[in-house]
Design a protein around this ligand. Structure first.
Ligand code: FES
Length: 497
C-alpha cells in the first residue's frame, strides 16, 4: 500500500464520500498534497476505520442505485481473467516482499558475523561500544519480528486492489475507479468524467487513449484498427478495454459543449410510463454500437417519422449508459405531444438529433449548487443533479416550484435524494397559477416566493444558481437573482416548453 492515496481511493477505503474528505480538507482537519492524502493523516482523522463496509458506504450506494435506476449500478466482480491477473499481481508483490525480507535476514546474519569478527581486534573501550551496538541491534530485530498492530486500511486496500482499479487521467488529473465488468469508458462515465468518445462500440476510434503506466485487458474485439506503431506506444480504445492494475492514461476530456459532436441516432422507445394524466416518462434506448454523447443539462431534437418532432431537454445523465429519458407533458395541439400520448408504442423508432444548449454544470466551481425547477424544468435539472451526484458535489439544493400540486410530478425522486443524502436538500412549493404566463401580480407573487426562499438560506446568494422551466418564470427568476448582485456567470438558465 502506498503511503499516499488519491481522494477517490481514500474515500472508498474509509467508506465515506469524496465530498466528506474534501470538506475535512477545506476545514483544515485533514492535510492534502496535490489531491492526495497520507495514510497517516487519514487514520488520524478516522481512527476507527474498520475492515467492514460502513453503513454510510452502503447507504450512499443504495441511494445511487435508487437515484439512477438499478441498471446503472449493477455491480459484479470483474471477469475471472481480470481477477486472476490482479491476484497474480498481488501475489507477485507478496513474493517480492518475502524475497526482500529473506535477503535482509541474510544481510543481517552477515553483518552480525562481521561485527563479531572485528571484536577481537578492538581495544577495550571500542569493544564495549560494539557490545552496546550489538545489544541494540538484537532488541530492534526482536521488536520488529513481534506481531503488532495490523492496519485495517492495508488489508482493505489489498482487497480493493483485487475488486477495483484506480485510473488517473492526464493531463486533466481526474481519477476514477473501475469496478465489475466496466470498460474504462463506462467507469469514467459513471464517475461523471466526460472522456472523448463516439460509438462506444470499437468502431470510430474517438476514445483512443495512451496508457502511460499499468496493465489493461481487452474486453472485446474492435473494428477500429490501431497501428502497430501506436500499439507499441501504449494506445488502446477506452470502450474496449478494462483495467487490470491501477492505471495512468493520457486521454481527452470534453471541457465544453463545443467538444461534443452533433449526432443523429436511430433510437427506439424502450418504455413509456404514465406519470400522471398529463405527463409521460419516455425512455429511449440507443443502439448497442451508438451511444448519445452529451453533457448533463443539454437538449436534443426527437423525431418520429417525417411529421412529428420536438426539442426536449434530456432528463437523465450521460452516466446512464444507452438510456436517455424525457418528460413529455400533454400540450393540446402540439403534434409531437399528441403523438406520444396517443400513438407511440414501445419499440417504435425515434430519431435523436443533437445535442443542443449550454445549460451545463460548471463542475470546477467550488460553490454550492442551487437548482430552481419550474414545472417541467425539472427534466434538465434532474440531469444536472444526477451528474452532480456522480461527481459527489458537496452541497446541492433543489427548489421545485409547480404551477399546481400536480406540476411537481416526480416528488418521490427528490424526496429519496433528500432523505438519504446529507449533501442534498429539497423543498417544493405551489405557485397557484400557470407558470407559463407570468406578469403583473403573478410576477410579484413569484418574486415574493423567491425572496422567502433566499431569506431562509443565508448561503444561497453565495452559490451557483441553475434555473429551468417555462420562459416567463425563468426570466423573472433570472432577473431577480441578477438584481441581487449575482454575476451572469453564476446564474444559468434554460427555457423548457
Ligand atoms: S468510442 Fe468509438 S471506438 Fe471507442
Amino acid at each position: 500500500m502506498s503511503d499516499t492515496l488519491s481522494l477517490t481511493r481514500a474515500a472508498k477505503l474509509i467508506g465515506v464520500t469524496r465530498a466528506e474528505l474534501q470538506k475535512k480538507i477545506q476545514h483544515g482537519e485533514m492535510i492534502s498534497y496535490d489531491g492526495t492524502v497520507t495514510v497517516e493523516n487519514l487514520l488520524a482523522c478516522y481512527p476507527d476505520a474498520q475492515l467492514e463496509d460502513t453503513a454510510e458506504t452502503r447507504r450512499v450506494a443504495q441511494i445511487k442505485e435508487r437515484a439512477f435506476g438499478k441498471r446503472v449500478f449493477e455491480r459484479a466482480l470483474p471477469e475471472p481473467e481480470v481477477l486472476a491477473a490482479r491476484i497474480t499481481e498481488l501475489s507477485k508483490a507478496h513474493a517480492n516482499t518475502q524475497r526482500q525480507i529473506k535477503q535482509f535476514n541474510v544481510l543481517l546474519g552477515n553483518l552480525w558475523e562481521k561485527l563479531t569478527g572485528i571484536e577481537s581486534q578492538l581495544d577495550a573501550q571500542a569493544r564495549e561500544k560494539l557490545e552496546d551496538l550489538k545489544i541494540w541491534v538484537k532488541h530492534e530485530v526482536e521488536a520488529t519480528m513481534e506481531p503488532g498492530f495490523i492496519n485495517p486500511l492495508t488489508i482493505k486496500d489489498a482487497v480493493l486492489s483485487i475488486t477495483t482499479a484506480q485510473v488517473t487521467v492526464l493531463p486533466s488529473k481526474h481519477d476514477f475507479l473501475v469496478e465489475g465488468h466496466d470498460t474504462l469508458l463506462e467507469a469514467a462515465m459513471r464517475s461523471g468524467i466526460p472522456l472523448n468518445y463516439g460509438c462506444s462500440g470499437g468502431n470510430c476510434g474517438l476514445c483512443k487513449a495512451r496508457v502511460v503506466s499499468g496493465e489493461v485487458k481487452k474486453t472485446r474485439q474492435h473494428d477500429f484498427v490501431i497501428s502497430e506503431a501506436e500499439k507499441s506506444q501504449g494506445y488502446i480504445l477506452l470502450c474496449s478495454n478494462t483495467a487490470v492494475s491501477d492505471l495512468v492514461i493520457e486521454a481527452e476530456v470534453a471541457d465544453s459543449v463545443q467538444d461534443i459532436p452533433y449526432q443523429q441516432i436511430n433510437a427506439h422507445a424502450k418504455a413509456l410510463g404514465l406519470i400522471s394524466d398529463d405527463m409521460i416518462l419516455l425512455h429511449l434506448q440507443t443502439p448497442r454500437t451508438q451511444r448519445l454523447r452529451f453533457l448533463a443539462g443539454q437538449s436534443v431534437t426527437l423525431r418520429v417519422g417525417q411529421s412529428y418532432s420536438a426539442e426536449l431537454p434530456i432528463a437523465s445523465c450521460p452516466c446512464d449508459d444507452r438510456n436517455v429519458l424525457f418528460h413529455i407533458s400533454r400540450q393540446t395541439g402540439n403534434l409531437f405531444s399528441d403523438y406520444v400520448f396517443d400513438h407511440l408504442q414501445p419499440n417504435e423508432a425515434v430519431e435523436i438529433e443533437g445535442p443542443h444548449g449550454e445549460f451545463i454544470l460548471h463542475d470546477k466551481s467550488p460553490r454550492p449548487l442551487y437548482f430552481f425547477a419550474f414545472d417541467t424544468g425539472f427534466a434538465p435539472i434532474k440531469s444536472l443533479i444526477e451528474h452532480a451526484l456522480s461527481l459527489e458535489v458537496e452541497n446541492i439544493h433543489l427548489h421545485w416550484i409547480g404551477s399546481g400540486p400536480h406540476s411537481i410530478y416526480l416528488p418521490n425522486i427528490a424526496h429519496a435524494w433528500d432523505d438519504a443524502l446529507d449533501n442534498f436538500h429539497y423543498k417544493e412549493y405551489v405557485a397557484g397559477f400557470d407558470l407559463r404566463t407570468v406578469s403583473g401580480k403573478r410576477a410579484q407573487t413569484l418574486i415574493k416566493q423567491l425572496g422567502r426562499i433566499v431569506s431562509a438560506d443565508a448561503d444561497l446568494l453565495q452559490g451557483d444558481i441553475y434555473i429551468a422551466g417555462p420562459e416567463d418564470a425563468v426570466n423573472i427568476a433570472e432577473q431577480y437573482f441578477l438584481g441581487k448582485g449575482l454575476p451572469k456567470t453564476r446564474v444559468a438558465v434554460a427555457s423548457v416548453k
